[in-house]
Design a protein around this ligand. Structure first.
Ligand code: SF4
Length: 205
C-alpha cells in the first residue's frame, strides 16, 4: 500500500503481477504458507518449503487445490508459479494450495481419496454431479479393491466428460478434472492395478 499499485504489479511478471500466498502441503519438509512474487520458479517454492521429504524424489504436484489437474514432476519443475505458466502446463493456479507428492504415492489410491471427498461434498442439486461423483468414486474403489475392469478408464473419462461443464456450480468441474488428469498423466499405474490387482507403488495414499 505504501509503494502503490504499480510497484506491487511489478513484483510479478507481465500479465501476472503481484505476489501470491501459496499453501504448500504434502511430502515436503516444511509445509506452510509462503508469499512469493508470481513468476517465481516452482523449484524455488519447493526449496522454501524445505524440499521433498528426505530420501524421496518428487513425483507429482497438484498446483492449485485438489480440483486442479495433477502435473508430473517433470512438467512442474519447468513451471513458474503464475497463472499463465501453470495453465500452459495443463493445470490451474487456483487457490494456491500446492499439494506435493513424492515417489511413495500411489496415484490410484490418491485419486480414490479425492473422489471420495467430491462425492461426499456434492449437494445433489444437479444430476451429473450427484450421480457422477458417486459413480466415479465407486469405479475407482473397485479398481483399488482388485475388481477393476479393462473398460473402467474409458468409463471414468466418460463420466467425467459428462459432468464437466454441465453442472450448476463449480464442484462438478472440480470433481471431474482430477480424474481426467490422473488417468492422463499416470495411466500405467491404473492399468497395472486393473491387470495385476495390486498397486505399482505399494504405499498408503
Ligand atoms: S455441481 Fe454444485 S450444485 Fe450441482 S450437485 Fe454438485 S455441488 Fe450441488
Amino acid at each position: 500500500i505504501r509503494n502503490g499499485g504499480q510497484a506491487y504489479l511489478e513484483c510479478g511478471k507481465p500479465n501476472n503481477g503481484g505476489t501470491k500466498i501459496f499453501s504448500v502441503s504434502g511430502d515436503v519438509e516444511k509445509p506452510g504458507n509462503y508469499e512469493i512474487p508470481l513468476g517465481t520458479p516452482f523449484s524455488k517454492l519447493l526449496e522454501l518449503a524445505g524440499g521433498v521429504r528426505k530420501g524421496r524424489t518428487l513425483k507429482a504436484v497438484i498446483p492449485g487445490g485438489s480440483s486442479s489437474p495433477v502435473l508430473t514432476a517433470e512438467l512442474m519443475m519447468d513451471c513458474t508459479m503464475d497463472y499463465d505458466s501453470i495453465a500452459k502446463a495443463g493445470s490451474m493456479l487456483g487457490s494456491g494450495a500446492v499439494i506435493v507428492m513424492d515417489d511413495s504415492r500411489c496415484m490410484v489410491k490418491s485419486l480414490l481419496r479425492l473422489a471420495y471427498f467430491y462425492a461426499h461434498e456434492s449437494c445433489g442439486q444437479c444430476t451429473p454431479c450427484r450421480e457422477g461423483t458417486g459413480w466415479m468414486h465407486r469405479v475407482i474403489e473397485r479398481i483399488v479393491n482388485g475388481q477393476g475392469r479393462a473398460e473402467d478408464l474409458d468409463l471414468l473419462n466418460s463420466v467425467a466428460d459428462n459432468i464437466q461443464g454441465r453442472t450448476i456450480c463449480a464442484l462438478g468441474d472440480a470433481a471431474a478434472m482430477p480424474v481426467r488428469a490422473m488417468i492422463k498423466n499416470f495411466k500405467p499405474e491404473f492399468v497395472h492395478m486393473i491387470e495385476h490387482k495390486t498397486a505399482l507403488v505399494p504405499a498408503a495414499a
